[in-house]
Design a protein around this ligand. Structure first.
Ligand SMILES: Nc1ncnc2c1ncn2[C@@H]1O[C@H](COP(=O)(O)OP(=O)(O)OP(=O)(O)O)[C@@H](O)[C@H]1O
Ligand SMILES: [Mg+2]
Length: 396
């Protein structure tokens, strides 16, 4: 097991394009670190530099206190699990798991190999499949074989590149819990690339968000969710995503498309000098005014909105409310949307409501917005002006 330190890591490919640009992350021994970001932001490149499959243009890669920039992959002692698992179709599950040990010629006796393979197979519940070929296994079972191969090597760290992206939603959920359980019980330092929201938030001790090769924020899932440093992180983390709308600053208040919000003295000081900001509120921080908690009603603002589409999902429902945006905000939101790999150019907010709420599309509806959960971003830079410290749940 090992700590992995990335210090000012840069990767320029042949064409001089910086795929990874000055990224520094300290991954603690035993930590589960997630790398997320839109397609092309440099996640795989970063992982391949850690494992040694890609040269590092500049910066230091330090594993267990030793600089490994010039070490070959096999000397770094890390185990990588790829998206396609890279299993050998002609070998049994047993031999697939044993493969990395047989590769280290003469280092392990047959008895030793057998012991390691059986221990891994037990942990991964593969005992009854040891004699089968990978082609006859389900996606989840293949995934476990690939992990078995990583486990037998006693590697210093596990590196995963979107290991679950080929699986269907249900199996992905099961494997996600499996990986989490396994990582906790083995305590192996893990770096895991994904662009799945749920994987990022549920698996990681910390999550590093990348945009075009640049690290935006590296923090606990809760901190990323509640205190995103900028518009990009705010828009990337969360599903449905945070709502963004124009916020005109006027006389100690902000005017939103639907409501006017009085600012407290602290926020007023933070927004001083700005005329137009982008307000961000998550869908769950709205509620049906008729059903809302008294405390939320007391601290929030109540307003009437024209809902145009309703999606009822059984356990909750989403209501869509269109609005108009001034050009400066519209332009920034379009840019953000393209950074986030999205394609909607529609200005609307989505609010998540109780499934019992009696709302009908096309009719005005009374909502409460919890203004204590409002973020204010600077349109030009995307900076979040309203960052507050996040309280993590206490250790038991
Ligand atoms: N061998 C290569 N030569 C030149 N450019 C490359 C090479 N590999 C990747 N790139 C570029 O580097 C950038 C980062 O690529 P990378 O594969 O790391 O992204 P990613 O975040 O893993 O994306 P995805 O989510 O689509 O897997 C991209 O712009 C890509 O085009
Ligand atoms: Mg990739």
């Amino acid at each position: 097991m090992a700590a992995i330190e990335l210090k000012n890591i840069v990767k320029e490919y042949g064409d001089g394009f910086p795929a990874v640009n000055d990224v520094s992350i300290d991954i603690a021994d035993g930590e589960f670190m997630i790398l997320v970001g839109p397609s092309g932001c440099g996640k795989s490149t970063l992982l391949r530099m850690i494992v040694g499959l890609e040269d590092i243009t500049s910066g230091d890669m330090i594993i267990d206190g030793v600089r490994v920039n010039d070490k070959a992959p096999r000397d770094r002692d890390l185990a990588m699990v790829f998206q396609n698992y890279a299993l050998y179709p002609h070998l049994t599950v047993y031999e697939n798991i044993a493969f990395p040990l047989r590769l280290q010629k003469g280092q392990h006796s047959d008895a030793e190999i057998d012991e390691k393979v059986r221990a891994a197979s037990k942990t991964l519940e593969l005992d009854e499949h040891l004699d089968r070929k990978p082609g006859n296994l389900s996606g989840g079972q293949r995934q476990r074989v690939a992990m078995g191969r990583a486990i037998v090597r006693d590697a210093k760290a596990f590196l995963f590149d979107e290991p679950l992206s080929n699986l269907d939603a249900k199996l992905r959920g099961q494997m996600r819990t499996e990986i989490s359980r396994l990582q906790k019980s083995l305590g192996v330092t893990t770096v895991y690339v994904t662009h799945d929201q749920t994987e990022a938030l549920t698996l990681g001790d910390r999550v590093a968000v990348l945009k075009r090769g640049v690290l935006q924020q590296c923090a606990s899932p809760r901190e990323l969710y509640d205190a995103p440093v900028n518009l990009f992180v705010a828009g990337f983390i969360g599903s449905p995503p945070m709502n963004f709308m124009p916020a005109e600053v006027k006389d100690g208040r902000i005017e939103l498309p639907f409501a006017s919000v009085e600012l407290d003295a602290e926020t007023r000081a933070k927004v001083a000098g700005h005329e137009l900001l982008i307000a961000g509120v998550r869908p769950e921080h709205f509620a049906d005014a008729a059903l809302a908690d008294d405390k939320v009603t007391a601290r929030g603002v109540t307003f009437t909105a024209d809902v145009d589409v309703v999606e009822w999902l059984g356990n909750e429902q989403y209501a869509y409310i269109p609005f108009d945006a001034p050009p400066a905000v519209a332009e920034k939101l379009a840019e953000l949307e393209s950074d986030l790999d999205g394609e909607s150019s529609r200005h609307q907010i989505v609010v998540s409501l109780d499934a019992e709420s009696n709302l009908k599309p096309g009719r005005p509806f009374e909502l409460v917005m919890d203004t204590t959960r409002l973020h204010l971003f600077v349109p030009e830079t995307g900076e979040n002006l309203t960052l507050a410290p996040v309280a993590e749940p206490a250790e038991a």
